[in-house]
Design a protein around this ligand. Structure first.
Ligand code: C5P
Length: 223
């Protein structure tokens, strides 16, 4: 592979892209960044100041906040935002903020800056289509909605053993989120040109990583 490169991994919620991207980055010894974490950080900082998606000051507000990305972590006004990114309020609001033009524009600049000086694996919805249309390698991971709902369900049960959750509700949330991400006007979730599509409904994480790894080496070998 060339000295500096970009690997994009896009896909819908619970397609396993973040776990796969993180592990692959470890294997290749390069930085991993979840672009969703940038949208989540923007969402949380807005929520914390009660700036709603419809607020006309939203664009000015985010432009006065200091965002930094270091080693794949997002800092806002020098605070590590990791712990705020998976809060239910962030989770529930992120798709609404992420559909706004000013938010996408702001995130785009941050995401492109990260790749200026280092090789990176970035996951998201529009990395191969909009953020890095010239990425060295592009992948699109997906799985059936039922399989993805079951993954979210199992993850929740593992992390919250004393709480009850309903699989049908999770499936409904997955369907709703897919719909919002696919039908939105700006940067909808699509399979980017030249992206390799991997349906991992029947693959585990290691098998999915292996499929990507094989494809990276096949491409290098062909070059
Ligand atoms: O990947 P993650 O689940 O963290 O993304 C959270 C939300 O951020 C997505 O549902 C989507 O609405 C938005 N997002 C986006 N574009 C990206 C990454 C995430 O719109 N590249």
């Amino acid at each position: 592979m060339s000295s500096s490169y970009i690997i994009s991994i896009d896909g819908p919620a619970a397609s396993g892209k973040s776990t796969v991207a993180r592990k692959l980055a470890e294997k290749l010894n390069i930085t991993y960044l979840s672009s969703g974490s940038v949208y989540r950080a923007i969402t949380y900082v807005c929520l914390s100041k009660n700036i709603k998606p419809s607020d006309e000051n939203l664009k000015d507000f985010i432009n006065t906040q200091s965002f930094n990305i270091e080693h794949g972590k997002v800092f806002v006004n020098n605070q590590d935002y990791s712990k705020f990114l998976s809060l239910p309020e962030t989770e529930n609001a992120v798709s609404s903020y992420a559909s706004l033009a000013c938010v996408r524009e702001f995130a785009l600049t941050l995401l492109r800056d990260v790749a200026k000086h280092e090789s990176i694996i970035m996951d998201g919805r529009d990395i191969g289509s909009v953020v890095f249309p010239n990425a060295t390698n592009k992948f699109f991971l997906t799985a059936s909605q039922e399989v993805r709902a079951k993954r979210r369900y199992d993850e929740f049960c593992k992390n919250h053993p004393n709480e009850k959750i309903n699989l049908d509700n999770i499936l409904a949330e997955i369907i709703k989120r897919d719909d919002m991400d696919r039908k939105r006007e700006l940067s909808p979730l699509i399979v980017a040109e030249n992206a390799i599509l991997i349906d991992n409904s029947k693959l585990n994480i290691e098998e999915t990583i292996q499929a990507i790894y094989n494809s990276l080496h096949k491409k290098t070998g062909e070059a």
